[in-house]
Design a binder for this molecule. Sequence first.
Ligand SMILES: NC(=O)c1ccc[n+]([C@@H]2O[C@H](COP(=O)([O-])OP(=O)(O)OC[C@H]3O[C@@H](n4cnc5c(N)ncnc54)[C@H](O)[C@@H]3O)[C@@H](O)[C@H]2O)c1
Ligand SMILES: O=P(O)(O)OC[C@H](O)CO
Length: 314
Amino acid sequence: MAGEGTPVTLLTRNAAETESLQLARENSRFLPGIKFPDTLGVADDPSQALADAAMVVIAVPSDRLRENARRIAAHLAPGTVVVNATKGLELPTALRMSQVLAEELPASVRCRICSLSGPNLAKEIAQGKLATTVVASDYQDAAEQAQSALLSSRFRVYTSDDLVGVELGGALKNIVALGAGICDGLHFGDNAKAAFVTRGLAEIARLGVAAGAQPLTFAGLAGLGDVIATCASRLSRNRYVGEQLALGSSWPQIRASMDNVAEGVNAAEAALKLARQFDVEMPITETTFRILHEGLSPREAATELMQRPVGSEW
Ligand SMILES: NC(=O)c1ccc[n+]([C@@H]2O[C@H](COP(=O)([O-])OP(=O)(O)OC[C@H]3O[C@@H](n4cnc5c(N)ncnc54)[C@H](O)[C@@H]3O)[C@@H](O)[C@H]2O)c1
Ligand SMILES: O=P(O)(O)OC[C@H](O)CO
């Protein structure tokens, strides 16, 4: 948006962060070399950052969403469109991000909550490469307002009325990406990786539909589209974590070495809670959880999955 000349303010956590971003006029930690557009301001005071905001985009790790929502709640003008870009599920509640926002934000913006999801690797977006996304809301006018604000010649934005599907697609594809990384790390080959990703998508769609999502959403940008980008890309943190697991590191070791969030780890735990709640079988997610937290080796996990009883594909 700022790249298109719209005034945007980046809300930081503290004055030191504001100062270093202002000094460098770039995010040297995560996106080095990509200069801020002139219309991008930086502030650590929410009342200053949100004073004239017609729209607020929240993109923080899912385990930080609730505290950030509390931080901005009192500063949102009635009618502000609130766009969640976080792709995760909260623990231990297993709530979707819009559900957390609805609990924390004032009634005057609750019918303005949207979630944005799709194949949107941050580095490529920041470099101005072409991309598409989908904005979902229970309130069509809010989704359309977000669509027209975010649309540009390089960023094509669709709307959706399937908030559950778009949010679950974005959160659960990260579990599939962990497994795709394991396939890469174990050099399983293209057939095996394609099979894994396809069955992974089927599994997350099964949970999504049981939770109230529209099946077609999982064939769209927030489903298949993001699965392709995340499972294939060297830029994906979730795929990277899977690859490191396959190379023999444990999840605690990988976590200690990473500065970034890999949402698939918490999403696997939350998805298993939802799977029990909706009585859905999720063998790939269960196996992933056991690799992450119970020491199951990725190779044994693959053997287990291959030896499950076979049946009809659908
Ligand atoms: N990076 C991407 O390509 C991308 C694309 C689309 C969506 N997302 C989603 O956006 C969310 C955020 O991802 P990211 O890539 O910006 O995170 P990130 O990987 O850059 O790392 C998370 C960072 O959040 C910071 N953090 C810690 N506590 C915080 C707090 N209380 N408030 C705000 N920030 C805090 C930490 O500095 C940490 O380094 C995730 O849900 C992710 O799935 C990311
Ligand atoms: O780097 P990842 O694995 O968190 O994926 C980033 C985005 O979700 C891709 O759309």
